[in-house]
Write a protein that binds this ligand. Structure first.
Ligand code: ZN
Length: 335
């Protein structure tokens, strides 16, 4: 497989003392991809800055103004979400990096892609930057695909937090299937089973401590049949790795193996449904070992290799209320 790779060394200037959304996250991923010889096998593409017009497909002008104003002073947008003087350019390249990746896959220059950029995006709503996110990178890429004539696409979101910004963006747009697995009750508070949008939103809120069995059941028994029904022409993944057992913020106890298995299911679905067109973008994930091994496992899957096992696997602890939860998710999704 030809896998495009987009990253941006300038991300290091987006940083705040003691904040978990820190440059070391992405540095750990890059170091691992280089040490395992994986970066060298991908088709590297430089990011570009997303334009106002591209951001305005998702966001209101008021959000662009608020981010620009805060960044001028290096101010905080909310108690979680910082900026520095460099943040506007870095965040525009994070969104533009996804645009470069989807363009490469859409035009056949690559089969699939991994976008390793910061800051993350899935909490940014049309009018509100929040939860470490300035612009909603994946939503901006999805909106670009729709503007370019794609009629049906799917977004999978396996970050431990619900992607409220992505749901808000597309909840009235049946062209976009959005499926999220996340811990509940948890930040940002949205993502209940009953939140269905125009029938195109499917949330699988998992109990704390759910583990690989629950996480993978959600993909095998809910996400995959939904993908088959939706017949997307393109799949995007909001790949937060903070559901990992090692993560200091997450509580879902997913292992590197579980995440790599979910990546395999997503890539196989893309091969079956849309000629392999899948673009995976970094969202959250705050343990550097988990980030490194989940990212290298993902890239091996994208390249068509057998994934290398994490040398420090975390314990699995499957939850009790799994069968009724999955049954509810399937019933509400009409499966
Ligand atoms: Zn997260």
């Amino acid at each position: 497989m030809r896998t495009a790779f987009v990253t941006d060394p300038s991300h290091v200037a987006h940083t705040a003392p003691g904040h978990p959304e820190r440059p070391e996250r992405l540095e750990a991923i890059i170091a691992q991809l280089e040490a395992r010889g994986l970066r060298q096998r991908m088709l590297e593409r430089a990011p570009r800055e997303a334009t106002d017009a591209e951001l305005l497909r998702v966001h209101r002008q008021s959000l662009l103004d608020a981010v620009a104003r805060a960044s001028e002073r290096g101010a905080w947008l909310d108690p979680d979400t910082y900026t520095t003087a460099e943040s506007v350019g870095i965040a525009r390249r994070a969104a533009g990096g996804l645009l470069v990746a989807v363009e490469a896959v859409r035009h056949g220059d690559a089969d699939n892609a991994f976008v390793a950029m910061r800051p993350p995006g899935h909490h940014a709503t049309p009018d509100r930057p929040m939860g470490f996110c300035l612009y909603n990178n994946v939503a901006v890429a999805a909106a670009a695909l729709l503007a370019d004539g794609v009629e049906r696409l799917a977004i999978l979101d396996w970050d431990v937090h619900h992607g409220n910004g992505t749901q808000d963006t597309f909840e009235a747009d049946p062209r976009v299937l959005y499926v999220s697995t996340h811990a509940a009750p948890f930040y940002p508070g949205s993502g209940a089973l009953e939140e269905r949008g125009a029938g195109n939103i499917v949330n699988v809120p998992l109990p704390h401590g759910a583990g690989d069995a629950a996480f993978l059941a959600a993909y095998e028994q809910v996400a995959l049949p939904l993908l088959e029904r939706h017949q997307p022409q393109f799949i995007l993944v909001s790949s937060g790795w903070d559901a990992h057992a090692r993560d200091p913020l997450g509580t879902l106890q997913v292992t590197t193996w579980g995440y790599t298995r979910a990546a395999t299911l997503a890539v196989e679905a893309a091969q079956q449904l849309c000629e392999g067109r899948i673009v995976v973008a970094l969202e959250g994930g705050y343990d550097t070992h988990a980030l490194a091994w989940c990212a290298s496992g993902l890239v091996e899957v994208l390249l068509g290799d057998a994934p290398t096992p994490d040398p420090e696997p975390a314990d699995m602890s499957p939850g009790d209320d799994l069968p009724s939860l999955i049954a509810s998710a399937r019933r509400l999704a009409g499966l």
